[in-house]
Design a protein around this ligand. Structure first.
Ligand SMILES: NC(=O)c1ccc[n+]([C@@H]2O[C@H](COP(=O)([O-])OP(=O)(O)OC[C@H]3O[C@@H](n4cnc5c(N)ncnc54)[C@H](O)[C@@H]3O)[C@@H](O)[C@H]2O)c1
Length: 320
């Protein structure tokens, strides 16, 4: 298969590049290195079936260069940080909405029938009920979430209008090796960096806000189930474990796994504007449609992540 992975030098995309390159598919990793890292894919450069392209989804010509003869696009490229979306809402919109529109339109014009879209649980906003199923209203309170809603709905519209196969995957918080803290970042990498640097984790509000964490191997397995699914997936699918981990619990686990119990305690500061209280998945539809189920116990995944972070997490980023 000829596979294009937008955002392929990022955290999740690079794991997909690994999987499909090592399986022998022809993989094009397409990334503008906004948050991507050459360290994530450098080891694949020796494979003849792997190609790294420095391209931007905001630029149609960049996409047209790689579009001929593709079988499938995994579309993950995005400005993913909620905090950054507050200060750069236009950048977030241009990449996440207009960039997605470019990917969809290129796919349509080049007869690429399949685009697997990385939507997000952030589309739901603060939960009106838990666990959150796919029928939950989409009411993200921040520019990042709003941009993901627009792109998610545009994918749906393209599938309906043009009969294209565009599975929409709504992953809950995904974590694991290669997730770095670049100033903005996932809470797990931010806490881990601070604790390993002998600094206390900073908790916004009372720390009772909870998330559903999916380990990267379970996420990649979810993508693979979608890729191998026979027939179109016409409705969005949630991917999560259904288990709630509060921020305060997360901070304690990271302190313990880093061997700093009794030495560090979380510091509490004011709540963040627009922060979503609870995001816990009802992923029964993905389980039923795909036979997907998360295998990782959260704390085991966290321990693997921390081991990785100690070795590689603080290496300076390399870009093209
Ligand atoms: N990490 C999570 O918890 C999570 C959860 C749900 C959904 N997602 C979605 O999964 C996708 C990947 O997230 P990630 O965690 O790997 O983030 P990431 O920041 O590591 O990866 C995003 C990649 O997109 C690239 N990119 C950004 N703008 C681009 C552009 N204009 N053109 C080309 N490439 C561009 C970045 O350089 C980066 O390599 C995103 O769409 C995100 O919204 C992530």
């Amino acid at each position: 298969m000829r596979i294009l992975i937008t955002g392929g030098a990022g955290f999740i995309g690079s794991h997909l590049c690994d999987k499909y390159t090592k399986k022998g598919h022809n993989v094009i990793c397409f990334d503008n290195f906004l948050s991507g890292n050459l360290l994530n894919v450098r080891h694949l450069l020796d494979y003849r079936n792997f190609k790294l392209i420095n391209g931007d989804i905001r630029n149609v010509q960049d996409l047209e260069k790689v579009a001929p003869n593709l079988d499938v696009i995994f579309h993950l490229a995005a400005q993913i940080h909620v905090d950054r979306s507050y200060v750069e809402p236009k950048l977030t919109y241009d990449i996440n909405v207009m960039g997605t529109q470019n990917v969809l339109e290129t796919a349509r014009l080049y007869d690429i029938n399949r685009v697997i879209y990385a939507s997000s649980s952030e589309v739901y906003g603060s939960s009106q009920y838990v666990p959150i199923d796919e029928k939950h209203p989409l009411c993200a309170p921040h520019p990042y979430g709003a941009s993901k809603i627009a792109a998610d709905r545009m994918c749906y519209a393209y599938a309906q209008t043009y009969g294209m196969d565009i599975p929409i995957l709504r992953f809950f918080n995904t974590f694991g090796p290669r997730q770095r803290d670049l100033g903005y970042g996932g809470v797990i990498s931010i806490f881990t960096r601070r604790v390993l640097s002998n600094l206390p984790p900073i908790v916004f509000g009372d720390g009772k806000q909870a998330r559903d964490y999916v380990y990267i191997e379970d996420a990649v397995n979810g993508y693979d189930k979608v890729l191998n699914h026979k027939g179109q997936i016409k409705e969005p699918l949630n991917f999560g474990t259904g288990k709630a981990i509060s921020i305060i619990n997360l901070a304690s686990m990271i302190i313990e796994l880093c061997g700093k119990k009794g030495q560090l305690e979380p510091v509490f500061v004011d709540p963040r504007i627009g922060e979503i209280k609870n995001l816990i998945a009802d992923a029964s539809k993905a389980m039923k449609v795909l036979g997907w189920a998360p295998k990782y116990v959260f704390k085991d995944g966290l321990a693997e992540f921390i081991n990785w972070y100690k070795k590689y997490g603080m290496e300076p980023r390399i870009t093209l």
